[in-house]
Each structure stands twice: as C-alpha cells, then as structure tokens.
Design a protein around this ligand. Structure first.
Ligand SMILES: Cc1cc2nc3c(=O)[nH]c(=O)nc-3n(C[C@H](O)[C@H](O)[C@H](O)COP(=O)(O)OP(=O)(O)OC[C@H]3O[C@@H](n4cnc5c(N)ncnc54)[C@H](O)[C@@H]3O)c2cc1C
Length: 497
C-alpha cells in the first residue's frame, strides 16, 4: 500500500509541475505563474487523495507530510509547525538569478527563498555597452516579476551591510533580513588599482546605474560637440568590456566622437588567439578607434590622463573598464577576502569559514581545479557558479552530499560594434557575422534559461539582425597613427615634453 502512495506521490509531483512550468516557459506574468502554481498544487494532490480515499488515510502514515506540492505553491497539507527556514539570495544578475531559479523550483518543504535586488529587473550586463550607446532599456533587461513565483519572493532594495556572524542582511530601507542560508551574488565594483584620480574622474559601464550615468553624460556632452569638434572618449581597458563599449560607441556616434582605447598590457583582448586579436584591431581601427597599448595610465586629473612614461592626453569622457573587484558590500561582512575584495570559496562554492554562505559570480574567488588559477569574472562563469551553488544548497537541505563545482568554460565572444565580432570556442575561431550570430544565440539561450519566457527569447533572437540592419553612423576615414595629431582630432591631446 505504501508503494501505491509513493507512486501517487510521484505522479502528483509531476502533475503539480506541469502548469507552473508551462506558464513560466510561455512567459506568463507573475500573476499567471501564481495561478498556474495553485492549479498545479491542486492537481498534484489528486493521486494522493485518490489513494487515501481508496485505502484509508491511515495507509499514508509512513509518509509524514507526504502531500505533493507544486514548485510554486505552498502545499495544501498541514504546513510546517515552525516558521519556514529562510534562504536569501542577494543579487539578480547572472549568478544570483541562476541560483534563485534552481532554489525556487526545487526548494524542499519548510523553506522559503527570498531574492533581494536593487532593481526590479534582471539586466543583461553583457549588453550594457549597447545601452550606453543609446539602446532602449527594455532591450537589455527582463522584469523579475516574470520569473519570481512562490515559494520565491522578491525584495527590491539595496543591500547596505552583511553580518555573516549574526546571519543578517541590512537593507538601505532600514529593513533587516535574517537568513539560515545565504547566496551572495552582488557582482562587482570597479578596480582602480589605487591609481590617483581615476575613481574621481572616470565613469564605468559595469552596472545599469553606472551605465545610465555614462549614457546620459555622453549624450549631454554631445550637444556641445559635432563632427568638427568631436567628443574625445577614452576607454581605459582593452578586455571584453572596453572593446565592446568602444566598438558600440563608434557605430552609434561615428565622427561625432573620437575614440581612444587604452590598454596597460602589451595588447588588447588578452586571452584571445593572436589572429583574433589582429582581426579585432583591424576592425576597431577601421572604425577610427585609436588603440594605445603597453603604456599604463599612471594618474588622472580633471580631463587629463598622465601615462606611466610621462605622456599626457586630454579627454572629455573617460570610461574605466580596467578591471573589477568584489562587491564593496563584502568589505565588512566578516567573510575571508582576497586582496581584490573577492570572497574565498571552497570547491562547493561555500565561503571559507562560513559554510552557510555561498558566494557566486564576480564576487567569488574560486580556484579553477583545471588551471589552479582564480576563475576569471565572466557571465558564463557566473551562470555556472550560480546554478551549481543553488543545486548544492538543495542537496544539502535534502540531506544529500554536495558536489564540487567544475567550471566548463566553452569559449568567449566579443562584439566589435553592430556588424562584426570575434570569438573562439574550443579550437574553432569565428569572426565577422558568424561570431555575432553565435554571441546572439548565447544571449538568447540565457534569456530562455532565466525563464523570461518566449517573448524575451524571440526579442533576443531578433535583436542581432535588428542591430545589424540599423547600421552604423558615418565614420571618419579609418584611423591612421601618423595622422593622430592633425586638427581637429588632436585638439584634446597634449604632449608632456
Ligand atoms: C559592457 C560589458 C560587457 C561584458 N561582456 C561580456 C561578455 O561578452 N561575456 C562575458 O562572459 N562577460 C561579459 N561581461 C562581464 C559580465 O557581465 C559579468 O562577469 C557578469 O555580469 C557577472 O555576473 P554577476 O551575477 O556576478 O553580477 P551582475 O550580473 O553584475 O549582477 C549583480 C546583481 O546584483 C545587483 N546589486 C549589486 N549591488 C547591489 C546592492 N548593494 N544591493 C542590491 N542589489 C545589488 C545588481 O543590480 C545586479 O542585479 C561584460 C560586462 C560589461 C559591463
């Protein structure tokens, strides 16, 4: 008889998931998802009830609280006698949302999961460069209400302080959230390497608030600049972020901006194959972007960069894409941090010394067992970490063993404006439109996986071709190093000696 109950329970669990999953996948709003969860909850208990009616309630005695429960529902049986234990996920970026979705779907009875984010949207941070260059905000974000459903709960507030000893999170509103388990995924802050003046005189594109500020600053300043007097935008940092920002600004504003891409290392796009770096250089220089590598910035004063060799360069806007560190909210948390402010985590992504805290994404210092080095901060790594931490926590809550995280970094792709890109996946290299297409597919897949539903997926798939067809603003003649100091482009540049 117990077998019959067990089978009923299994069938009930499968039935319970169906409406919820369908509503989530089809992009229903939070209300629809909630209704679907409730319907699933009722459906899910049917086989169990049928077994009870046939065999008598006593037959289920060996299965305390054994009623099926929809993943988005609260269960219709007697709820837990004690208040639910709380899992708090901080941050709804790539890492946090990936964790949250696993938890929301598989959380065992007796737990609730709360997602805290400073904003009511999940932003596609990897596409913020397009937003900086004028893209509509809705093209690069999805409302969290689309993906949060019971037992999940969303709190829109800023995290101001974390106390790992007391297991409390303080919010900007003054509210305090106690937790039993915490997933920390608040992304990163810019790393200025202590260079004088950089923090004060530069802007960044690493999060939506900063990107909004940068976007507004550029468009406000462009009101006073034109093709005869282009705005000099210096992008400092030749990694993915810097290259994508520079390429996008060039395509959007053409001759109205003069772009310089500065890289402290010997060349841009460290880690990419030399042939791809060469292609990227050709494409960017073809957009009149001056690339200046191998001479690090030593200090920044108002509108003036001083390089390590003493050279000076005037600028109108400085975009800092020189590196990131762990979120500043970790600083006083009591967690063990690296010099770059990232929380040290073990092989299962738990904070060293605080195993009830999981740290994922840009704020985690995870030693990749494959390379022995810290896993670089990327969206791909963030999603994988987030999912792994969510699943590990579920294993733990269900009394199962946790599984060490093994990253599976498949490749890297960068857009070089709207019409070209470069990328590598395993031994394969991609350039031009195929690279852009693959990048677009990766982003679309992410939209689907985060549960935004069909509309964001379709929007994402169409976005690449739309961007391509939108074309590019008219460029100045391709950049020639020798011509760099001719008027008017040389207007802002000053030599030290
Ligand atoms: C322009 C640009 C292009 C990029 N291109 C690529 C690329 O092509 N490929 C790639 O792999 N990576 C790329 N990256 C890097 C990638 O975006 C990051 O590695 C990734 O976003 C890290 O994910 P995360 O979840 O750790 O943090 P995020 O995605 O930054 O998420 C952090 C979340 O926490 C929230 N938050 C932060 N602080 C608080 C607070 N105090 N209170 C409440 N909420 C808070 C934020 O609003 C956000 O929702 C790019 C980055 C930029 C800026």
């Amino acid at each position: 008889m117990r077998d019959l109950f067990r089978e009923g329970l299994k069938l009930g669990e499968s039935l319970a998931k169906l409406p919820w999953e369908a509503a989530r996948r089809l992009g229903g709003d939070s209300e629809t998802v909630r209704h679907a969860a409730n319907l699933g909850e009722r459906l899910g208990t049917l086989p169990f009830r049928a077994a009870s009616a046939l065999l008598g309630p006593g037959a289920a005695g060996a299965q305390p609280g054994a009623e099926a429960r929809a993943p988005g529902g609260t269960g219709t049986g007697a709820g837990p006698a004690t208040p639910p234990k709380r899992v708090v996920v901080l941050g709804a970026g790539y890492a946090g949302l990936s964790s949250f979705l696993e938890l929301q779907e598989h959380l065992p009875r007796g737990y609730e999961v709360v997602l805290v984010n400073g904003d009511k949207y999940h932003w596609f941070t990897t596409e913020l460069h397009t937003y900086v260059a004028g893209e509509a905000p809705d093209a690069v974000r999805v409302p969290l209400s689309r993906v949060v459903a019971r037992p999940g709960r969303l709190v829109v507030d800023r995290v101001s302080h974390i106390n790992a000893e007391a297991k409390r999170v303080e919010l900007a509103s003054g509210d305090v959230l106690a937790y039993d388990y915490l997933v920390f995924a608040l992304g990163s802050d810019p790393e200025y390497f202590g260079l004088p003046g950089v923090a004060e005189h530069s802007l960044v594109a690493g999060n939506w608030q900063a990107a909004t500020h940068l976007r507004n600053r550029i468009s406000a300043m462009l009101e006073h600049h034109g093709v005869d007097d282009p705005l000099h935008v210096v992008v400092a940092g030749g990694g993915l972020t810097g290259v994508e920002v520079a390429g996008e600004l060039a395509d959007e504003y053409g001759a109205r901006v003069r772009l310089t891409l500065v890289e402290a290392g010997p060349d841009i796009m460290a880690g990419f194959a030399p042939e791809l770096v060469r292609t990227a250089r050709e494409v960017l220089e073809g957009k009149s972007i001056a690339i200046r590598a191998g001479n690090p910035i030593a200090r920044v004063d108002e509108k003036l960069i001083t390089y390590k060799d003493g050279d000076k360069m005037a600028f109108d806007v400085l975009v800092w894409a020189g590196g990131v560190r762990g979120s500043g909210t970790l600083a006083e948390s009591g967690l063990a941090l690296t010099p770059r402010g990232r929380a040290k985590v073990d092989s299962c992504l738990r904070a060293v010394g605080h195993h009830e805290v999981y740290v994922v994404g840009d704020s985690a210092s995870f030693l990749d067992p494959g390379t022995g080095r810290e896993l670089p901060p990327t969206a791909q790594a963030a999603v994988q970490m987030g999912r792994a931490a969510g699943l590990n926590l579920i294993h733990r809550l269900k009394g199962r063993a946790e599984v060490p995280f093994v990253p599976n970094i498949k490749g890297a792709f960068a857009s070089l404006g709207r019409k070209q890109g470069v990328g590598q996946m395993g031994d394969e290299q991609f350039t031009g439109v195929p690279a852009l297409l693959i990048k677009n597919l990766i982003e679309s897949h992410h939209a689907w996986e985060t549960g935004g539903g069909v509309m964001p997926l379709v929007g994402r798939l169409l976005r690449g071709p739309q961007r391509y067809l939108r074309g590019t603003a008219q460029q100045r003649p391709a950049f020639r190093p020798a011509a760099r100091r001719t008027a008017p482009a040389a207007r802002a540049e000053v030599r030290h000696q």
